[in-house]
Design a protein around this ligand. Structure first.
Ligand code: NAP
Length: 467
């Protein structure tokens, strides 16, 4: 039987309905050689992954990328199975019975640790959980963050750290205009946070945040963006590399950071201070085990053999009072039963997108990865498009070479019947679009872009009511 025809399409399961999942679906469905049918799975009833649950609510423009995803989802060859969890409702072994190819695009939902004493104290939290909480991710809606603290530290100087710091510093009036989850809007309204420290272990030229993100900190209406003048100055090595190179973006970044000097306060009620060349070495607790301070060591930079500048601790220490600490030092992917995993990198073991055995590097036929679970948590949303396209190219090449899985039940009705049996409450894309309408309507009533469902029970009830 020839596969890849209208009668017998190439059937692909995409695991994860985030940006990479949609870019993968789009590339597969746009190809001109092979007829493909795509079934996209997500453990949540709602699609869009990090665009819904990661992108900061005050960055609504970025979220408009979902319009392109909806266009992909409209195609006849696309189906969505929301609220179906791989490893719980269906296994990889199950999927191999129904699909010729499986591609994992489920991202990196866990976080990296600092590995310092005090990391488990009360008040030591991860940026990932705070971000998921304020974005209304159902798994995190009941989390609580002690916003009665006046001083908060965010460890790391990537875009996620900047998002967290900015959300802590936004006024209620500004947050009302976003689609931030209602519980977070309420909690942040009563927040006592006055000082936010963002902690970078290297210098301004090595900061991972992008220029647009850091520039925005200088535009906050109720917060002074500050730096410590001597930390914002470049050390000799960074200055030399910047002078020799052609890196305009970094030059601009340093300029923006230095514009946060002088280190003086205006009458704005909050202060956000970006620190450079310091690393937390210990979180210090009180007798109840609650964080009361962090101990920082001053770093200096040295050049490694590959030319990069790395931090090295000096003998200079300081202690800063903080009651809440968010570590924001990068995400990590989680393994799925039956799929080879590279635990040190937190990604699926793969060779440019083809899943491979971790030890032998032998290709696992018919299985692929794209996005953060393929390459690690780097880049912006758009970075995942060429990444997905590259993996799809391999998928189509392998198909042409006859290298696919050999499912016993390779048809859409058989797959649907199986999923219905495993998870009778699964959500279709139509179901999602109705939830979407309801969220937008509630938003309109309140003069907000949308009011999100943050609870799966509520989503199920709303779907019943709409029937
Ligand atoms: P990231 O960009 O990799 O930043 C991680 C930060 O943590 C870096 O500053 C890193 O410093 C620091 N770090 C790592 N280990 C540390 C340690 N032990 N002690 C102190 N600092 C440590 O990661 P992210 O912020 O989680 O963002 C993930 C990706 O999403 C990035 O590509 C980001 O650009 C993207 N994103 C984009 C947007 C947007 O476009 N608006 C918003 C959010 C996220 P070193 O550089 O010294 O390692």
């Amino acid at each position: 039987m020839t596969i890849g025809t209208t009668e017998n399409p190439l059937r692909v399961a995409i695991i994860g309905a985030g940006p990479t999942g949609f870019y993968t679906a789009d590339a597969l469905l746009k190809n001109k050689e092979v007829v493909v049918e795509v079934d996209m799975f997500d453990r949540l009833p709602t699609p869009y992954g990090l665009v819904r649950d990661g992108v900061a609510p005050d960055h609504q423009k970025i979220k408009s990328v979902t319009k392109a995803y909806d266009r992909t989802a409209k195609k006849d060859e696309f189906r969505f199975f929301g609220y179906v969890e791989l490893g719980k409702d269906v296994s990889v072994a199950d999927l191999r019975n129904y699909y010729h190819q499986i591609i994992y695009t489920y991202g990196a939902s866990s976080d990296r640790k600092l590995g310092i004493p005090g990391e488990d104290l009360i008040g030591s939290r991860t940026a990932t959980e705070f971000v998921a909480w304020y974005n209304g991710h159902p798994d995190y809606r009941d989390y609580e963050f002690d916003l009665s603290q006046e001083s908060v530290a965010v460890i790391g100087v990537g875009n996620v750290a900047i998002d967290v710091a900015r959300i802590l510093c936004r006024t209620h009036e500004a947050l009302v205009e976003t689609d931030i989850a209602e519980h977070a809007l309420e909690a942040l309204k009563n927040s006592k946070v006055k000082n936010v420290y963002v902690i970078g272990r290297r210098g301004p030229a090595q900061a991972a945040f992008t220029n647009t993100e850091v520039r925005e900190l200088g535009e906050l209406v109720a917060t002074d963006a500050l730096v410590v003048p001597e930390e914002a100055e470049l050390d000799a090595l960074s200055q030399q590399l910047l002078d020799e190179g052609n890196d305009h973006r970094t030059k601009k970044k340093v300029e923006i950071i230095q514009s946060f000097i002088p280190n003086t306060r205006t009458d704005k009620p909050k202060a956000l201070t970006i620190r450079f060349l310091v690393s937390p070495v210990e979180l210090i607790g009180d007798e109840k085990g609650q964080i009361k301070a962090m101990r920082l060591v001053k770093n200096e930079l040295y050049q490694t053999d590959d030319g990069t500048l790395r931090p090295r601790a000096t003998e200079q220490f300081e202690t800063v009072s903080v009651g809440l600490v968010f570590r924001s030092v990068g995400y990590r992917g989680l393994p799925v039963e039956g799929v080879p995993f590279n635990d040190s990198w937190g990604i699926i073991s793969n060779d440019e997108g083809r899943v491979v055995d971790y030890e032998t590097k032998a290709v696992v036929t018919g299985e692929y990865a794209a996005g953060w679970i393929k390459r690690g948590p780097s880049g912006i949303i758009g970075t995942n498009k060429p990444d997905a396209v590259a993996t799809v190219k391999l998928m189509l090449a392998d198909f042409a070479a006859g290298q696919t899985l050999t499912p016993a039940h390779p048809t859409a009705p058989e797959a649907e019947a199986f999923i219905k049996q495993q998870q009778p409450q699964y959500f279709t894309y139509e179901d999602w679009l109705k939830l979407d309408e309801a969220e937008l309507a509630k938003g309109k009533e309140q003069g907000r872009p949308r009011v999100k469902f943050t609870n799966i029970e509520d989503m199920l009830t709303a779907r019943e009511a709409q029937k």
